[in-house]
Design a binder for this molecule. Structure first.
Ligand code: GDP
Length: 296
C-alpha cells in the first residue's frame, strides 16, 4: 500500500542518518523504495520514471550530498517534487469571459461526464450564484440526453433540449444563442463519449471546441482507471487545449495514483474531485492534500 511509503522512507532515513556521509548507493536504495510506492499507488510507469529521474537529479546535487542530514533532505525533495507535480492548492473554475462563459466537458463514456456536468451546475448555482444552462451533445445515446435533463433539474439549473436527429454542432450553436438571449452566466456542454478513444469522437469534440470557444475545457476521468487514465489523458490532451481536470470516483479509489499520472501528462490542474454518485458529491480539489495521500 502507498501508506507504507512514509514508513519505509523514515526507516531508511534512520539507517542513513547514522552514517557519516551519504553515498550514491544510499540514494539509489531510497529511490527504489519511492519507485515501488508510486507503482503500488497505480501511477503510470512513464510518469514514475520521470518523477524518479527528477528526484535523482536533485538528490545527486549539493542539496543532499552536502547537507548535514542527507536522509531528511532526500525525503524533503520527494515531498516537494510530488507537491510541484500535483500543482499548488486549489484552482477554481475560470469564468472570466463575456457571458455566457462556456464550459466544454470531455472524457470517455462512463467516466462521469453527465453526472459531473450537473454537479458543476449545482456548484455554480449555489456557491457562485450563477444562472446556468446545460445541454447534451450526445446524440448517440438518447438516454444520456434524458439523464442530463433529470440531473440538471436536481442541480437547480436549466436544461436546453436536444434530440438524437440533430448534429452536435447545431445543438451547440442553438444552445449558445439561447444562453446569450436569455442572459445565462454559464453554458455547460456535455458531449458524447465512447468506451475507448476513437478518431471520430476526437474530431467531433475538436469541432465543438472550435465553434464554442469555451473558457474551460474540462477532462473528466475516472480515478479507478488507475494506469489506463494516463493513456486516455494523453489522447484528450493531444486533441484539445485542456484547462482543467475533474477526477471522478475517488470514493472508490484507495490508491490515488491516477491524479499524479493525469496531472503530469496533461499539465492541467485538477480542479474538482467526484466523491459520490450524488449531486452534491463534488469537492474542490486540494492538490496538497492529495499529494499527502499518495505518500501515505
Ligand atoms: P458519462 O457516461 O461519462 O456521462 O458517465 P455518467 O455521468 O453517466 O456516470 C457513470 C456512472 O458513474 C454513473 O453510475 C454515476 O452515478 C457514476 N459516478 C459518476 N461520478 C461518480 C463519483 O464521483 N463517485 C461515484 N461513486 N460514482 C460516480
Amino acid at each position: 500500500m502507498a501508506t507504507a511509503l512514509t514508513d519505509k522512507l523514515s526507516s531508511l532515513v534512520k539507517k542513513i542518518s547514522g552514517q557519516a556521509r551519504i553515498t550514491e548507493s544510499n540514494v539509489q536504495d531510497m529511490l527504489r523504495e519511492v519507485r515501488m510506492a508510486l507503482l503500488e499507488a497505480d501511477v503510470a510507469l512513464p510518469v514514475v520514471r520521470d518523477f524518479i529521474a527528477r528526484v535523482k537529479d536533485k538528490a545527486m546535487g549539493q542539496e543532499v550530498l552536502g547537507s548535514l542530514k542527507p536522509g531528511q533532505a532526500l525525503v524533503g525533495i520527494v515531498n516537494r517534487e510530488l507537491a510541484a507535480t500535483m500543482g499548488e492548492g486549489i484552482s477554481d473554475l475560470n469564468l472570466a469571459a463575456q457571458p455566457p462563459a462556456v464550459i466544454l466537458m470531455s472524457g470517455l463514456q462512463g467516466s462521469g461526464k453527465t453526472t459531473t456536468t450537473a454537479k458543476l451546475a449545482r456548484h455554480l448555482v449555489q456557491k457562485r450564484k450563477k444562472k446556468v444552462l446545460t445541454v447534451s451533445g450526445d446524440v448517440y445515446r438518447p438516454a444520456a440526453i434524458e439523464q442530463l435533463k433529470t440531473v440538471t433539474a436536481q442541480a437547480g439549473a436549466d436544461w436546453f433540449p436536444s434530440t438524437p436527429d440533430q448534429k452536435p454542432l447545431d445543438i451547440a450553436s442553438a444552445a449558445l444563442t439561447h444562453a446569450k438571449t436569455h442572459f445565462y452566466d454559464v453554458l455547460i456542454v456535455d458531449t458524447a463519449g465512447r468506451l475507448a478513444i476513437d478518431e471520430a469522437l476526437m474530431q467531433e469534440i475538436k469541432a465543438l471546441h472550435g465553434a464554442l470557444n469555451p473558457v474551460e475545457t474540462l477532462f473528466v476521468v475516472d480515478a479507478m482507471q488507475g494506469q489506463d487514465a494516463a493513456n486516455t489523458a494523453k489522447a484528450f490532451k493531444d486533441a484539445l487545449p485542456l484547462t482543467g481536470i475533474v477526477l471522478t470516483k475517488i470514493d472508490g479509489d484507495s490508491r490515488g495514483g491516477a491524479a499524479l499520472s493525469v496531472r503530469q501528462i496533461t499539465g492541467a490542474p485538477i480542479k474538482f474531485a467526484g466523491v459520490s454518485e450524488k449531486i452534491d458529491g463534488l469537492e474542490v480539489f486540494d492538490a496538497e492534500r492529495h499529494a499527502g495521500r499518495i505518500l501515505g
